[in-house]
Design a protein around this ligand. Sequence first.
Ligand code: ADP
Length: 243
Amino acid sequence: SDTRSPLLRISSLTKRFGGFTALHDVSVDIRPGERFGLIGPNGSGKTTLINCISGAFRTEPGTVLFRDEDIALLQPHVRTRRGIARSFQIPRPFRSMTVAENLMVALDFAAHEHVSAAQRRDSMMSILDQMGLGPKANVSATQLSQVELRKMELARAMATHPKLLISDEAMAGLSSSEVDEVLDLLLSLASRDITIIMIEHIMQAVMRFSERVMCLDAGRIIAIGSPSEVMADQRVQEAYLGT
Ligand code: ADP
């Protein structure tokens, strides 16, 4: 068992849009280094929960603690600098730039002033190599395939040196061999002690990736546990049948 405090602690989080409650009293702890899958049918609140973590939404009521700090009122870019990365929180990829230039934008966005240009370049090349994009460094982003673009998105998130990486449907629309490629990449990042929340509709990928899976339905947690426990849960099966 892990005696360290959770990396992320969400307590009694409720999110309303006018009279509509998108999240009802959600509480969950995510452990440092955990591979955590977030599932649920369309409209169940996954994106809303991720928005509350990454900062697109202020949360009221409820608390969001990241490394023991209450981050609920921090702006998204401040949360990025604290170590929470989600691809669309950094500026969108620039199609007219090379892969290397795209990565430099993300690095500059998150870097501390005392990091030299040479160090940033080293850091960029090592992230591109890690993602298998080294040979594509000087290629225009418009030349990339779908799967390479997904890898570039992950590389851009990695450029902010996250402690928590939120992978939001990184595999949608890819072939099964491409899904495996992205999955292997995420597993290799996780083995470097990066905590990962994976939101994904491709169940086999979620099941292979996750140590724990949480299923939302209509803004409530209906199941949380090992992948096999959650898949066997009758409420989970009913939630998916109903859509
Ligand atoms: P999921 O990501 O699981 O598909 P969402 O979190 O996007 O679900 O949506 C949960 C519910 O909250 C949906 O009913 C959606 O219509 C509603 N919702 C999400 N964002 C907003 C918003 N900005 N304003 C009003 N309703 C919203």
